[in-house]
Design a protein. Structure first.
Lengths: 244, 433
């Protein structure tokens, strides 16, 4: 479904993503793992059309991003790492905006928003302002915002950052439900146990390059667990560079 | 054009504006309060009794008929608000800014001035204590003091008790001196004055019993000031100008807020959400401009509704002109906000810089005080500032009562300025990362 070929991006002298290639099949859940500054967010940004690649190409269902970014964007849902919500507005008003951006109107928008809120367990809070929500509720609403237009591919950029285990568990439940519905998920995280629980396959990225592209089961067989695989492949040196 | 997305963005911006109710109240209430203050200071709606009067103190150390009459004349003048004080109190009140000036009428003023009128000798000195920051008011006081002094001194000199004594003394002196042509003429004048006094006494019964204090020299014409406003008998409403000015200022502040909101949006996750949606750059910019225009129009309308309901500000001129200037200004404000968002780097510095620029624009544009009080060069310079045209356009449609044709130039200038701001915004707007 998603084809990434020789994708590259540089910021000045720094190479953020260095000619990476991978593919994701429809219905597959893939973890994109890597330390800070590895190039995960930049890769996500290029896949969803926010950032323009310096080289290579992204295609979804055979359609290249450069050819028809608008069509590709309609098939992709992004859950950004930073909360993409207006705190001052209600959950419903936020979803009304996100649905409107994809051309959803009145009844259809209402139905999709209700479904998304129900999926993330916020149906009863739809008219409350987001600023009254807990961190976990905001993270779940952040996910709901990416589902309104019923995308085939959902890009989740560290969707569980800074929340308690209960909220994280609730988000896992949401994502597993999306898997059951046949959605394709590309998931970036620092938490190996999340990848182990959720992903069929992981890509380990560092310094803009893919160090491993394998099934979770195979990596665990080879390195005992994902944590060991990650540390062995990326090393123990601290990464103080900013996330690219 | 993705109209659904544009509408969603506009609706969200309007919701965000109204979500902060305190900001909405402040954005409407503060301009009303400041406009009310400025309007009152600059004459109110023409009904305020003491509005615009120059506060002065008078120290009457003479307490003669002449000095008392001068004080009474000054107190009756509609331009002045007179307080009668002792010398030290008067000096203090000028020093502390309570009075613009204080006139000290010295002892012996009445007697010496009536003599000096004929002889030109031994003129007493009236001390005028002036607040140096209020020189215009002091000059008005000086002129009125001269006018009333001349009137009362001449009245006393020709028909008052000390004047009669001065006539008698002068005639006695002239009788003793060598006759000359000039002295003969002066004797004739003084005899005529004495005869006039005798006739006045005959008419009223007894010397000095006249209820009228006789006549004095006065300005041989009267002035009938007519306020040239929208219509005859329609008084100038100072609130009309102050509301124009404050509306312009605070709507521009709303434009700054819109620009800053856009900058803040860029720094939040919401920006990635917007960028990942099938939304074109032009649709996004159009939505922002539309939302800011609507918010500006809302603010504009509410402020003018208050002006009409409470301060009697009326559209005395062209309604289409008023609406046209209002819409053109709100469009300019939207483009101004967009331009700020594209030129600014951080929200805080952009807000600071833009607020300073806005205050300068509104000051030079005559939003605080009418541009006609500016020096000539500044009046000319202010024509290059769009706020001047906005204020003039609104003034023209309100208290000046001008027709639509007078609003055309302001509308063109405002829309032209909006086009310039929009061009800069389009040129500088970063959509791609």
């Amino acid at each position: 479904m998603l084809q990434v070929e020789n994708l590259s991006k540089r910021f000045g002298d720094r190479i953020a993503v260095n000619a990476i290639s991978f593919a994701i099949a429809a219905g597959e859940t893939v973890g994109l793992l890597g330390p800070n500054g590895a190039g995960k967010t930049t890769t996500i940004a290029m896949i969803c059309g926010i950032a323009r690649p310096d080289g290579g190409q992204v295609s979804l269902g055979g359609v290249r991003v450069a050819q028809d970014a608008s069509e590709l964007k309609r098939r992709v849902g992004l859950v950004p790492q930073d909360l993409a919500l207006y705190d001052e507005l209600s959950a419903w008003a936020n979803l009304q905006l996100f649905g409107g951006l994809y051309g959803l109107r009145a009844t259809e928008l209402q139905q999709r928003a209700d479904d998304a809120l129900a999926l993330v367990g916020l149906a009863g809070r739809r008219n409350e302002r987001v600023k009254t929500f807990s961190g976990g509720m905001k993270r779940r609403l952040n996910i709901a915002g990416a589902l309104l237009h019923d995308p085939d591919l959902i890009l989740l950029d560290e969707p569980t950052v800074g929340i308690d285990p209960q909220s994280r568990n609730a988000i896992f439940d949401n994502l597993e439900e999306l898997k059951r519905r046949g959605k394709t998920l590309l998931y970036t995280t620092h938490y190996m146990e999340e990848a182990e629980r959720l992903c069929d396959r992981v890509l380990i990225l560092d310094h803009g390059q893919i160090l491993a592209d394998d099934s979770v089961a195979h990596l665990i067989r080879e390195y005992d667990n994902l944590e060991s695989a990650f540390m062995r492949l990326t090393g123990r040196a601290l990464r103080d560079g900013a996330e690219a | 054009m993705n109209t659904t997305a544009i509408l969603a963005l506009v609706r969200t911006d309007v919701r965000l504006y109204f979500a902060d109710r305190r900001a909405v109240v402040v954005g409407v209430l503060v301009p009303i309060l400041i406009a009310a203050f400025f309007g009152y200071v600059f004459g109110g709606n023409g009904n305020a009794k003491d509005a615009g009067k120059i506060p002065i103190a008078v120290v009457d150390e003479d307490q003669s008929n002449v000095s008392r009459a001068i004080v009474a004349d000054l107190a009756a003048d509609k331009l002045l608000q007179v307080s009668t004080l002792k010398r030290e109190a008067a000096r203090d009140s000028v020093k502390t800014g309570k009075q613009n000036a204080a006139a000290v009428i010295p002892k012996g003023f009445g007697e010496r001035t009536t003599k000096a009128l004929f002889t030109g000798l031994d003129k007493p000195q009236v001390e005028l204590l002036v607040d140096p920051s209020q020189t215009t008011g002091a000059r008005v006081v000086e002129g009125l003091l001269a006018q009333y002094s001349m009137q009362e001194i001449s009245r006393e000199a020709f028909t008052g008790a000390s004047g009669r004594k001065a006539i008698d003394d002068s005639l006695a002196t002239l009788e003793k001196e060598e006759p000359t042509t000039t002295r003969a003429d002066l004797k004739t004048l003084l005899h005529a004055a004495r005869k006039l006094n005798e006739e006045l006494d005959a008419n009223t019964g007894a010397p000095g019993a006249s209820p009228q204090r006789g006549f004095g020299l006065s300005i041989p014409y009267t002035v009938a000031p007519t306020e040239v406003t929208a219509r005859d008998n329609t008084p100038y409403n100072g609130y009309a100008h102050s509301f124009a000015g404050m509306t312009v200022q605070f709507v521009l502040f709303a434009g700054i807020d819109a620009g800053v909101l856009l900058l803040l949006t860029r720094q939040r996750g919401i920006w990635q959400r917007l960028r990942s949606a099938p939304l074109r750059r032009s649709d996004f910019m159009l939505a922002r401009a539309l939302a800011t225009t609507l918010i500006s129009l809302f603010q504009f309308t509410l402020i003018y509704l208050a002006a009409a309901a409470v301060f009697n500000v009326r559209i005395e001129g062209s309604w289409p002109g008023f609406i046209g200037v209002g819409i053109a200004f709100c469009l300019l404000n939207a483009a101004f906000g967009l331009m700020l968002a594209t030129l600014g780097r951080s929200a805080a510095t952009t807000r600071g810089f833009a607020s300073m620029a806005t205050l300068l624009l509104v000051m030079i544009g005559g939003a605080w005080v009418p541009a006609f009080v500016f020096p000539r060069w500044l009046q000319s310079a202010s024509l290059y500032v769009p706020t001047r045209w906005a204020v003039d356009g609104l003034d023209g449609a309100t208290w000046r009562g001008l027709p639509f044709s007078s609003a055309v130039a302001p509308i063109i200038v405002l829309i032209g300025s909006a086009a310039v701001c929009l061009t800069v915004a389009i040129w500088r707007f970063r959509w791609e990362e």
